[in-house]
Design a protein around this ligand. Structure first.
Ligand SMILES: C[S@@+](CC[C@H](N)C(=O)[O-])C[C@H]1O[C@@H](n2cnc3c(N)ncnc32)[C@H](O)[C@@H]1O
Length: 280
């Protein structure tokens, strides 16, 4: 197996100088830089760097939590986009064991084409999916629970419980406490578009942060922060899930193993859950 550094370099080369082959498969190609930026805010090596950090945090913490990724395991990337994150798991898992779902049909078409598999499926904004029960050992979702409404998150956690084997693990990112300050700092700076919308996310940012500190799920679907296309304001906006909420809200089905946030390394906190063995 390549070292993590060599693996990152190989994936970067598959962007800058394709094709690159690993374990007999051609590493997935990329959509245009414009599509990359529209979905992740960056393109090329910068957007891959952010994805690689999440991938590293996943494999390291799954190991620490007693579930190291093995070749026989299956993984679902929820809100897979154009497969930025999913591709990194090709170091540990065969292509046939990596799946992705997304509400945006165009992204699923890109994944099918670039990964050359049919393991990518369009989903409705709310479950169920067509995937069979207990199919997965791991479910990951980067920058999806940082956007979904409380009802959508709750519904998807229930679906993840159905899709996972007992003891299966979930890693999901959400907006962190520091994002309140970032959005507030954008006020009155003459921004347009998404940044202007973020500056108007709440009338009172301290009130929103206080609610977060008290363990409330905080979500805003004000104009300009729905994702566009299939991502409509009835389920999509900006979402801040505090640790206390993550621990209690899904406790019937999941145990929150870790709430990881080191702002010097991650832009989003990561919630690691383990499916309880007595859950469905
Ligand atoms: C900010 S993008 C992140 C994409 C990808 N995870 C990444 O980090 O590159 C959010 C993704 O979630 C998808 N999405 C939004 N709502 C969804 C839902 N209810 N179910 C599944 N996917 C959803 C969007 O289409 C989009 O691809």
């Amino acid at each position: 197996m390549l070292t993590q550094d060599d693996w990152f370099e190989a994936v970067c080369r598959s962007y800058s100088n394709p094709p690159v082959f690993y374990n007999g498969i051609k590493l997935p190609g990329f959509p245009s830089d414009e599509i990359q930026t529209n979905t992740t805010g960056q393109s090329g090596i910068n957007t891959l760097k952010e994805a690689f950090i999440f991938y590293q945090d996943c494999i390291e913490n799954f190991k620490i939590l007693g579930m190291p990724l093995q070749k026989k395991h299956t993984l679902l990337d929820f809100g897979v986009g154009w497969g930025r994150i999913a591709r990194f798991f090709l170091r540990e898992l065969p292509l046939k064991n990596i799946y992705g779902i997304d509400v945006t049909e165009d992204f699923i078409e890109i994944c099918k084409k670039t990964f050359q598999t049919e393991n990518f499926l369009v989903t409705e904004p709310f479950p169920p999916t067509q995937l069979s029960s207990r199919k997965f050992n791991f479910i990951i979702g980067y920058s999806v629970f940082s956007h979904l409404s409380e009802k959508a998150c709750e519904s998807w956690m229930r679906e993840f419980s159905r899709l996972l084997v007992p003891g299966g693990m979930v890693a999901l990112t959400t907006r962190g406490r520091t994002f309140f300050d970032f959005c507030k700092s954008l006020k009155g700076k003459g921004h347009t578009g998404y940044l202007a919308a973020l500056s108007n996310l709440f009338d009172d940012f301290s009130d929103a942060r206080t609610r977060y500190d008290q363990g409330e799920f905080v979500h805003s679907n004000r104009d300009g922060v729905n994702g566009g296309g299939a991502m409509t304001a009835d389920f999509y906006g900006e979402t801040f899930i505090p640790e206390e909420y993550a621990r209690s809200a899904y406790s019937e089905l999941f145990h929150l193993e870790k709430f990881l946030f080191d702002p010097s390394r991650q832009t989003h906190p990561i919630m690691f859950f383990r499916k309880k063995s007595n859950s469905l």
